[in-house]
Design a protein around this ligand. Structure first.
Ligand code: ATP
Ligand code: MG
Length: 362
């Protein structure tokens, strides 16, 4: 190692740390900030340099208080639970360590703050908790679904026989029609439940997403004929085929586009767009900044009230008279099977956007 390059070497080390590093002088002014810290604070180091830490983070009093405690006492303090940054309406849970910066002679020259973004860890914890709940529910549901399928087959068979016995113009014909229709509906629910609760192996082929979207839109267009619903597509033609399960992705987009159509009711716009994004949050999981395909399905329907947002992906959560509430739960499962992400954003009175992120390379 050439000692002349030592400062540059140290600067590179600090810039390459995967956590946020902020160094304060003994007055609490920022002297150094690495790129992850810039990203977390939402300011560049050029602007933050020389600013008081307490000013830059004034919207996060817990963090400021903890750092002040550390610099006043000269002790290293950690908090893995209680600190949350508020950044433009978003909350970022953090693990923070503030330690005194000591010189070779033991004198205190300031404070070093280490910030680790826990967003993905919290999401993961939540997913594990949800997974536990779902697997218990899943075992139960799968058992129940199997039990229902057999008698259902019997009912259908009997109704079909009855239908053959009754003449075309008999009033009872309406009854057999209702029985058969409802049996079909229960059958669909049972199938969906089995689908949700059983592990799936994917059949991967090179899939053209735009072809799937075109197919799903075509089907929905047929279904809403006569209603003033416009479908708009803004697709990025440079998106390459991805390795995925075509049937499962068709199901995913069908569920989402159907929800959008149901949200706009008699008239409205359903918009589908695709683009390539480079997702920052994925880097936190130790992967490289990965390129993802983002597909958005938006509608200008009524939107979803805040208190309902948390329920969206819960099996059987529905606000529709004839909904099963399994649509989005299945979407979430399909997206997870493809190592992707799904998110819903909504504004009451304006509409809803569901964003699906799929890795460009599976
Ligand atoms: N685009 C949307 N706009 C407004 N609300 C939506 C939208 N998508 C989903 N929701 C809400 O989320 C609920 C759950 O959706 P999900 O697709 O899981 O079930 P469902 O549509 O009710 O029934 P199913 O899909 O089984 O027919 C819906 O009942 C609705 O309240
Ligand atoms: Mg639905």
């Amino acid at each position: 190692m050439n000692p002349e390059n030592l400062p540059e070497f140290y600067a590179n080390v600090i810039d390459s740390v995967g956590d946020g590093v902020i160094v304060l002088d003994s007055q609490g002014m920022i002297t150094l900030m690495n790129p992850v810290a810039e990203e977390l604070a939402g300011v560049s180091r050029r602007i933050s340099k020389g600013q008081a830490f307490a000013t830059l983070f004034r919207t996060d009093p817990d963090l400021v208080e903890m750092v002040q405690k550390s610099s006043a006492s000269g002790m290293s303090i950690s908090d893995y639970e209680n600190i949350t940054l508020k950044r433009g309406g978003r909350s970022v849970p953090l693990s923070v360590t503030a330690s005194p910066l000591l010189m070779a002679d033991g004198a205190r020259a300031g404070t070093i703050i280490l910030l680790r973004d826990l967003t993905n860890i919290r999401d993961l914890e939540e997913a594990v908790r949800k997974g536990d709940r779902l697997s218990t529910l899943g075992t139960l549901a799968a058992g129940l679904a199997h039990e229902i399928k057999n008698p259902l087959g019997g009912i259908r068979g009997a109704a079909q026989l009855l239908e053959m016995e009754i003449t075309e113009d008999d009033e009872l014909r309406e009854c057999t029609r209702v029985i058969l229709k409802e049996v079909q509906r229960v059958n669909r629910i049972v199938e969906e439940l089995l689908d949700l609760s059983s592990p799936r192996s994917l059949t991967l082929t090179a899939v053209n997403l735009h072809k799937i979207l075109a197919h799903v839109v075509f089907l929905q267009q047929q279904a809403v004929e006569g209603r003033a619903i416009t479908f708009q597509r803004h697709l990025d033609p440079s998106i390459p085929p991805i390795m995925a399960d075509e049937g499962r992705l068709t199901q995913l987009f069908l569920n989402l586009i159907k929800n959008a159509v149901e949200a706009v009711e008699d008239s409205g716009i359903v918009e589908i767009s695709s683009r390539i994004v480079s997702d920052y949050s994925m880097t936190q999981k130790g992967e490289r900044r990965s390129r993802m395909i983002a597909i958005e399905v938006s509608d200008n329907g009524a939107g979803i009230p805040d208190e309902e947002m948390a329920q969206l992906f819960t099996p059987f959560y529905t606000t529709k008279e004839r909904g099963t509430g399994l649509g989005l739960a299945i979407c979430q499962k399909i997206v997870a099977e493809h190592r992707g992400m799904i998110r819903g954003d909504t504004e009451v009175g304006k509409g809803t956007v569901f964003t699906i992120l799929l890795p460009l390379v599976q």
